[in-house]
Design a protein around this ligand. Structure first.
Ligand SMILES: [Zn+2]
Length: 694
């Protein structure tokens, strides 16, 4: 007998349907050859710090940190009361019994076709199986009966997926190391639950940085000059390249006078017919971008729907980062095309490098419909939106009719001082644009011919520089996919090539995880998504500013550095342990900071520490979220020492000295409002903290 373990009940049902004639039992299906059972996604999770310490005390304490388990252990998932979830335990017992049955000689991992699916089922097998049996992998690019039948014949050995599993485990361990250690550290420090993670922080930071830029933006006024006059009965708009500062209105006027004395003449006109190509097939994030823009659909919502359509067999595997199809898929695509043409869509097979390209596929091809076409009336409104978007793009890409356009370019010379170019495009034959969205910004140019004189009247036009834009689903996705692209605008040396070389693994999160992490940032109330625009929330501001104060840097460079290491694990160029040591080193540095003495400061203290006596009311002073405050605030005492003064953290030691002796030690590295660095003592004067430069 062969046992197949599916990642989810829905996949198990699809496999059972493909095999046919299976009898249903409690938690599995069986016929005379196969047994099909299932997990509920993750049955196991990594142990908590307390499990490693075998401590019954669940209280978080700095003494347990940082925690680097010698060997990572998993346990069956627990429910809210911290007891093993009953449903999960029951299903695991069923799997265990089936795997160890004497008549079972082969076990098949039918996790989703990704690293998460790989380890979900591997954990079930390694925790349940008592003897050695042959392990195989069922790898499904989609869940239609036909694909499942074919994949069952062509199963590979499970070992062939070892590197994928290694990367999956390394990723899980590293995320645990960061998440658990730094979340507890930051929470203990600030007294507020702060969820810190390897990928969530750079995401929140990106939104924070952008929103701060917008907040600080002061628009600048400038003048451009342009002319909008009628020639041959149509308006001709000419915009000059010249721009003038807001105090140079006179100069702008002078140039207008000069221009208006000149003659404008059409010096060339080019008309060219061309073919407009459709867009590429969709990767998950490209699809989410389109759905966000068009329907304001959030990423978790769109992923949920794509996942459902995949589970129903209508779409191919969704968590893909490629916009291309594999060469090996040509037959399959041909079959889908045949079905579409029977439905009277004008499609034909196209063997093009812009569609089929193995070099642009890591493990999954672009999202496409399968040959199983749903009845549109059976889909919900949102499902229809998602399905149709994928379906239409597929139809457009394989459309047998070209979209024919006419491009026109007219050049107008003004004296010999400036030359203006007008560009227009008109669609002559609609072709694929009949089937897929297309921003038809047809621009028809005025009726001008070579030698025509163009009427002009240039005037200064007041304009404002515009602030940067808030991140949208699309722009944040693009940033996360390639976080280093933006830096190019800073006009550093051209290192495009260097970046290209390191892009492998430098993205923040992966196509498979990003949606969940962004959703987490929203649920933690760090950021919000309104329509399709992200905004930072007060809790997110507090998170980022606290991390800065604690000198915990989790910027894109660090996250990407680890991402690159994980890719090396995948390519067998690095061992899991090596990637873990890189992460441990980073985490250790955060904890080491307590030990490094900057001018005898040993510790910046923790939330709740009592540090001295209030000079105003003689009650105790407590370390709080924002610094140090008198516990007599309820009775109206206002004494406090800010945690950060002029961009400098005020350590617990210095706060103690200040209360005890009315003078801190000499603190180096304050930054004044104008950006100048300075050193000073702190003293208390008139019940307030002041600088002392003596
Ligand atoms: Zn007080």
């Amino acid at each position: 007998m062969i046992v197949i373990i599916a990642e989810k009940p829905s996949l198990a049902r699809n496999i059972v349907e493909a095999i046919g004639n299976m009898k249903k039992y409690d938690g599995y299906y069986e016929n005379n050859e196969y047994i099909v059972t299932y997990a509920f996604g993750h049955l196991f999770s990594l142990c908590d710090i307390e499990d490693y310490l075998e401590s019954s005390n669940n209280k978080w304490t700095i003494n347990n940190l940082p925690c680097f388990p010698k060997e990572f252990k998993f346990k069956l998932k627990t429910d809210l009361s911290k007891k093993v979830d009953k449903g999960i335990l029951k299903q695991f017992e069923i799997i265990k019994k089936l795997l160890n049955r004497e008549d079972v000689y082969k076990i098949v991992n039918a996790g989703d076709a990704d690293r998460e699916g790989e380890i979900i089922v591997r954990l079930c097998i390694s925790n349940a199986l008592n003897s050695k049996k042959q392990l195989l992998r069922l790898w499904l690019p989609d869940q239609t009966s036909e694909t499942i039948k074919e994949a069952l014949i062509n199963m590979k050995y499970e070992e062939e997926y070892n590197s994928l599993a290694n990367e999956g485990f390394a990723r899980t361990y590293i995320d645990w190391l960061y998440g658990v250690n730094l979340t507890r550290y930051a929470t203990l420090k600030t007294g507020t639950l702060l969820r810190v993670g390897r990928v969530i922080i750079p995401i929140v930071k990106a939104v924070y940085d952008r929103d701060k830029l917008i907040e600080k933006f002061i628009p600048d006024i400038y003048y451009s000059i342009s002319s909008k006059e009628l020639t041959n009965n149509s308006e001709v708009e000419l915009n000059s390249k010249e721009k003038f500062d807001k105090n140079k209105l006179k100069e702008a006027n002078d140039l207008c006078l000069k221009y208006n004395d000149l003659e404008a003449t059409v010096i060339s006109k080019k008309v060219k017919k061309d073919i407009l190509n459709p867009g590429k097939l969709y990767s998950l994030s490209k699809l989410q971008n389109v759905l966000g823009k068009k329907y304001k659909m959030s990423m978790d919502k769109s992923l949920e729907i794509v996942q459902k359509l995949y589970e129903q067999g209508y779409l191919t595997y969704p968590r893909t980062n490629s916009e291309y199809l594999a060469l090996a898929e040509k037959n399959k695509v041909n079959k889908i095309i045949k079905i579409l043409s029977e439905m009277n869509y004008p499609v034909e097979f196209k063997d093009k490098k812009t569609i089929f390209d193995d070099s642009k596929i890591e493990s999954h091809s672009a999202l496409t419909p399968t040959y199983k076409i749903p009845k549109f009336k059976d889909l919900s409104e949102d499902e229809l939106k998602v399905y149709k978007t994928v379906f239409k793009r597929f139809t457009a890409v394989f459309c047998s009719k070209d979209c024919l356009i006419e491009k026109t370019e007219i050049k107008i010379s003004l004296g010999n001082l400036e030359e203006f170019t007008l560009k227009g495009t008109v669609i002559l034959e609609k072709g694929w644009t009949l089937y897929d969205e297309y921003n038809s910004n047809d621009k028809i140019l005025p009726n001008l011919n070579i030698g025509d004189k163009v009427n002009i009247l240039f005037k200064p036009v007041e304009k404002k520089t515009s602030p940067p834009k808030h991140y949208t689903i699309e722009t944040l996705n693009n940033y996360l996919k390639n976080p280093f692209k933006e830096d190019k605008s800073k006009e550093e040396e051209d290192d495009t090539e260097d970046y290209k070389a390191i892009f492998e693994g430098l993205e923040l999160g992966t196509e498979a995880t990003r949606t969940g992490i962004i959703d987490n940032a929203i649920k933690s109330m760090y950021i919000e998504l309104k329509k399709d625009v992200y905004h930072i929330l007060p809790k997110g501001e507090y998170l980022i500013e606290s991390l800065l104060n604690m000198e915990i840097s989790m910027d894109k460079y660090k996250t990407s550095f680890l991402g690159k290491a994980l890719k090396k694990v995948y390519h067998n160029e690095m061992k899991i342990e090596e990637s873990l040591s890189l992460a441990k080193k980073e985490i250790e540095e955060v904890f080491l900071k307590k030990e490094i003495s900057i001018e005898e400061e040993s510790d910046t203290g923790f939330y709740g520490d009592l540090i001295g006596i209030c000079p105003l009311c003689q009650k105790e002073v407590l370390r709080n979220r924002y610094g140090y405050g008198c516990i007599g605030y309820k009775e109206g005492c206002t004494f406090k020492i800010s945690g950060v003064i002029c961009n400098r953290i005020i350590s617990k030691n210095n706060a103690i000295l200040l209360l005890k002796n009315n003078k801190s030690s000499k603190i180096k590295g304050f930054t004044s409002k104008s950006g100048k660095k300075f050193d000073a003592y702190l003293k208390i004067e008139n019940n307030k903290v002041e600088f002392d430069f003596s």
